[in-house]
Design a protein around this ligand. Structure first.
Ligand SMILES: *Cc1c(COP(=O)(O)O)cnc(C)c1O
Length: 362
């Protein structure tokens, strides 16, 4: 079976480095808010070319904390794409804000910038973009709207570590960006982890305090904070893996290019990108009319696939108030999408086999 994502193989490449770095943490006996966190967040800020990076417990917390620190709550509206992982939307509703869903572009799967303005009301406070599947959103129009209506821009960069728009990395395309280091992401730790990047000094200070029990110094609480920290072991592992992120992303680009050049089957719609640097191929999603049949066919041929995602947020039971709404482009994507294996540790043989099997599908 060709695995969808061989995490064991991905992380075993760093076994020795990880072991020795964890041994150092054991020797030191310091597990939270220490040197490893400082080193990694400094290096990740440098990688994204932002002034600040704050380590937090996971990607959902990162987004949640950004909205909280911006001071948005009940009565405030935040624009967000209608096809995204549920976390983007949960971060908004957890703060009491109202998500205003905007349909994606069928070619990029990202929010359609041309459909945003009609959704802006006097209550709109921010636009949250999601760099879905690893492709950076084309930001120009969004920046213009934010300026025109005095809105904040937030990035959900959970799937797009290292993607580039206009010579700027994701994480550096907005007022603040949330990252996830969930194991399966392009930069993933061995457990949960997340981070926020921003160039805003005040916001960074506030997020740092809120994430640490609302405390700017020990036992001194200026906000009703939360506990959301990136622990030392995960920070150390991420710091090791960060050095290989560009190399890994380039291998993903190579695989994606091979798929896009060699899968030739009129039943399969291949993903497109407007610029090779803009995409880090967290997911290689194709579309096909009889998706479930295609998935079964691939499985019969020893190829494991995943659906990102089978049900759009507005059709989830958790958001039953939206279940009768219609977002036809999102629904079309959710009904036809399927992700082929893509990862930096795949062999040429595996990639060739996938192309061959996909081309033989009738
Ligand atoms: C993974 C992901 C998140 C959430 O990250 P966690 O670390 O699992 O909390 C948020 N948004 C998107 C688009 C994601 O893919």
């Amino acid at each position: 079976m060709i695995k969808f994502l061989d995490l064991e193989k991905i992380n075993n490449r760093f076994r020795d480095e990880i072991n020795s770095r964890i041994a150092k943490i054991l020797d030191k006996g310091w597990y939270l808010q220490g040197e490893e966190n400082e080193i990694f967040t400094k290096n990740f800020a440098k990688y994204c070319d932002t002034k600040h990076c704050i380590g937090v417990a996971n990607g959902l917390d990162a987004l949640n904390l950004i909205i909280k620190a911006m001071g948005f709550g009940v009565g405030d509206e935040i624009i967000v794409p209608s096809n995204t992982y549920i976390a983007s939307i949960l971060a908004i509703t957890q703060n009491g804000c109202t998500p205003v869903l905007v349909e994606p572009d069928i070619n990029t799967y990202n929010i359609n910038p041309n459909l945003i303005e009609e959704k802006i009301t006097p209550k709109t406070k921010a636009i949250m973009v999601v760099h879905l599947y690893g492709q950076a959103v084309q930001m120009e129009k969004i920046w213009q709207l934010a300026k025109k209506y005095n809105l904040k821009v937030i990035e959900d960069s959970a799937q797009a570590h290292g993607a580039i728009y206009n010579n700027l990395k994701t994480g550096n395309l907005s007022d603040a960006s949330g990252f996830s280091f969930y194991p399966g992401k392009n930069l993933g730790c061995l457990g949960d982890g997340g981070a926020i990047t921003t160039n805003d000094d005040e916001l960074a200070k506030k997020i740092k305090a809120i994430a640490n029990y609302g405390s700017d110094r020990k036992y001194h609480h200026i906000y009703k904070g939360v506990n959301s920290r990136l622990d030392e072991i995960q920070a150390a592992i991420l710091d090791i893996k960060l050095k290989y992120l560009d190399e890994d992303n380039n291998r993903r680009r190579e695989i994606s290019k091979y798929y896009r050049e060699n899968i030739k089957n009129e039943k399969i719609i291949l993903p497109r990108t407007y610029d090779e640097n803009s995409h880090v191929w967290h997911v290689f999603a194709v579309r096909t009319q009889k998706r479930d049949e295609f998935q079964q066919y691939l499985s019969d041929n020893q190829i494991q696939t995943i659906i990102h995602y089978p049900t759009p947020p507005h059709k989830q039971l958790a958001y039953s108030e939206w279940n009768n709404l219609s977002y036809p482009i999102s629904e079309e994507i959710h009904n036809t999408i399927i992700s082929l294996p893509i990862s930096p540790v795949m062999t040429d043989y595996e990639i060739e086999k996938i192309v061959e099997v996909a081309n033989e599908y009738i």
